[in-house]
Design a protein around this ligand. Structure first.
Ligand code: ADP
Ligand code: MG
Length: 348
């Protein structure tokens, strides 16, 4: 049963050659042996990321098989994007309820979710192995592998006081999509959004598009980067703290870094703008999870080149604030400080 699933649904997502053909030719080995054997070009470093998605925790239980697969790989590719790495392989630890494993349509949709995301990236990204077990709760652990030129990975720890803070795309859509999926919007909120705006938010939730092209062009330009998975404020906090720790390694007297965010500069979809038009309390764009946009920093004089590079990869980028040496993250609306009471997705 397990081997039928692997042969029927997973092997076609793998390297073109079977393990035996690869053995014959001395080329890389994917699915079909005890482990994958992959070649790392001599001038490159391997970047490895892992993310687990649990049904009912990371996606609603009634999420479509296609979307579950898409998202499980997309969140991993988003981590690689933040590191400026080019993905080339992934593995899949799959704990599957019997009702899914025995449902041919479910399995086919699930495999298609991976295939379609890979083809949307335009990159050859092969499933090279994994493990399949039975479980009452659908759980997926994807580990994606990427390559980056030696020393060129983008890290969280490079931000400096005075750097601009930039984000890609629009913020808060994943959180809005989740409220829609769980039918938690009140009638007046529902009335504000048209069908297209609702569809956009649901799509951001279920089929996030990792910012791979942007990540790659940021290498050498950005001073630091992180992908926003648990909310802008929380993830920016990780970036600021990591950068502070690095500064202190260089100079034990260095001041702790902070950040100042300008609320009115946050990039929002048309639907989100309507929802928050009258408010200074923006929980979803500031603290909502599931955005999978990049948040990165760069020196102010790199803004011109950034705009050219972002245009070359067709990606919206927006300056939302700057890194400070104030040891705290503050949010301003025009010149007034806004108090923030929520701090992103908490796992425990
Ligand atoms: P082993 O018992 O040696 O761990 P398995 O029997 O679990 O190997 O797996 C057989 C082959 O199928 C291996 O190459 C493994 O990487 C691959 N495989 C198993 N499950 C998956 C999966 N969910 N996705 C992709 N490849 C898988
Ligand atoms: Mg084995």
């Amino acid at each position: 049963m397990e081997f039928d699933l692997i042969n029927q649904y997973f092997a076609p997502l793998g390297l073109a050659k079977s393990a035996e053909q690869a053995a014959l030719e001395g080329s890389d080995i994917g699915i079909g042996d005890d482990g994958a054997v992959l070649t790392i070009p001599p001038d490159q470093q391997l970047v490895v990321v892992t993310d687990t998605l649990v049904s009912g925790v990371h996606f609603p239980e009634d999420t479509a098989a296609y979307d579950i697969a898409w998202k499980a790989l997309a969140v991993n590719l988003s981590d690689l994007a933040a590191m400026a790495a080019t993905p080339f392989a992934y593995s899949l630890g799959l704990s599957l309820p019997k009702i899914c494993a025995t449902d041919a349509q479910w399995m086919a949709d699930f495999a298609r979710g991976f295939a379609d995301l890979v083809s949307s990236t335009g990159l050859p990204i092969a499933l090279v192995g994994g493990d399949t077990t039975r479980s009452d709760v659908l759980t997926l652990t994807v580990s994606a592998k990427g390559l980056v030129r030696h020393g060129q990975a983008l890290l969280r720890s490079g931000a400096q006081s005075g750097d601009l803070i930039v984000v890609s795309g629009v913020l808060g859509e994943g959180a809005l999509g989740l409220q829609l999926a769980l039918q938690r919007l009140n009638p007046s909120q529902m009335a504000v959004l048209n069908l297209q705006q609702k569809q956009f938010a649901l799509n951001c939730l279920n089929r996030p598009q990792p910012q791979l092209r942007l990540g790659m062009v940021l290498s050498g330009l950005a001073s630091s980067a992180i992908d926003i998975s648990d909310g802008l404020l929380q993830d920016l906090g990780h970036l600021v703290n990591s950068s502070s720790r690095k500064q202190r390694l260089l100079n034990p007297q260095a001041k702790d870094l902070g950040a100042r965010i300008q609320l009115e500069q946050l990039p929002l979809s048309a639907g989100m703008q309507k929802l928050f038009a009258e408010s200074e309390h923006w929980p979803w764009p500031l603290s909502g999870g599931d955005d999978y946009q990049l948040c990165f920093t760069l020196p102010a004089d790199a803004l011109g080149p950034l705009q050219d590079l972002a245009a070359s990869v067709n990606t919206r980028v927006t300056v939302i604030g700057e890194i400070t040496d104030s040891a705290e993250i503050t949010v301003f609306h025009k010149n007034k400080r806004v108090s923030i009471d929520r701090h992103g997705f908490q796992h425990f």
